[in-house]
Design a protein around this ligand. Sequence first.
Ligand code: 13P
Ligand code: SF4
Length: 329
Amino acid sequence: MCPFINFPAHQLFLKEGLKRIQHRSVHSLPGTTIRDKILALKEERNAIILVHNYQLPEVQDIADLCGDSLELSRAAATMDAEVIVFCGVDFMAETAAILSPNKTVLLPAPDACCPMAQMISAEELRFAKARNPDAAVVCYVNTTAEVKAESDICCTSSNAVKVVNSVKQDRVIFVPDRNLGRYAARFTKKEVLPWEGFCIVHDQITPAHVAAARQAHPGAVLIVHPECRPEVIDLADRVASTSGIIHKVCTSPEQDFIIGTEVGVLHRLGKECPMKRCYPLSQAAVCRNMKKTDLAKVRDALQTLRPRITVPDEIADRARGAIERMLAL
Ligand code: 13P
Ligand code: SF4
């Protein structure tokens, strides 16, 4: 069970960073770096490494693909490999296991979970469905396999509006993110019934952060993730998924950007558009679970083929329908 811990995120980030530096020195044998070892094991195992945009910089740097939830789901379904090492959180590895039941899916940090995904259970969703029999169920990909199995169609932050508009029903139960649900509701004539879940990282960002950042960086373009609160979205210049944010920064003529999401995306921004100046909207926007994966854990996972993520067939078969309907869009 994923603990809902409220913590001073930046302090934890610094402490974990220090631990990683100490850990790295233990594994830095002369001649062979931990990175070399991972690349060699990857070949040996016929593995691919999928990495979410919020992962630690050194983990992003060993990725075969670094991306947002939709890009990673697509890759898990289509990329040719016997083993998928998923550097992200539990629901992402579960999604990969559902889409590729014949591949070995590894989650190097087995305790890396998404608190938002724990904010609704399959039983609670069944109850909501019984009360709203005329409504379709759209579930954010940040859900357990059991919740996906109860849903009509899945969505990610990059396609939520499109998915909500794709269902034939006029009413939609949207789970579990109230902020993404309300964001999608702005672009549809359908009645959206958002569940009361939220991301503990994005929901902490407030209009006061926007005011401070705008004052510190006048003229910068503010791009936020749709997991942010409606009052923050109201103040943003653009709204996008993590990869959408990176794409917008890299392709826009503007030079200065305030980035309203988890700080991990700043690494890719620095690499892919180094001429642009990007500032975090909140330095405290750190997802502790996304930072649990480090290079040593990736190496160990490839070496031992553990921890392995599997989903029981009966649940996977029903959840796969919801994910595949999204991918087909
Ligand atoms: P995306 O990368 O799909 O925008 O999702 C963000 C997120 O919070 C994943 O947990
Ligand atoms: Fe979950 Fe938020 Fe972390 Fe994404 S950033 S994994 S939604 S807690």
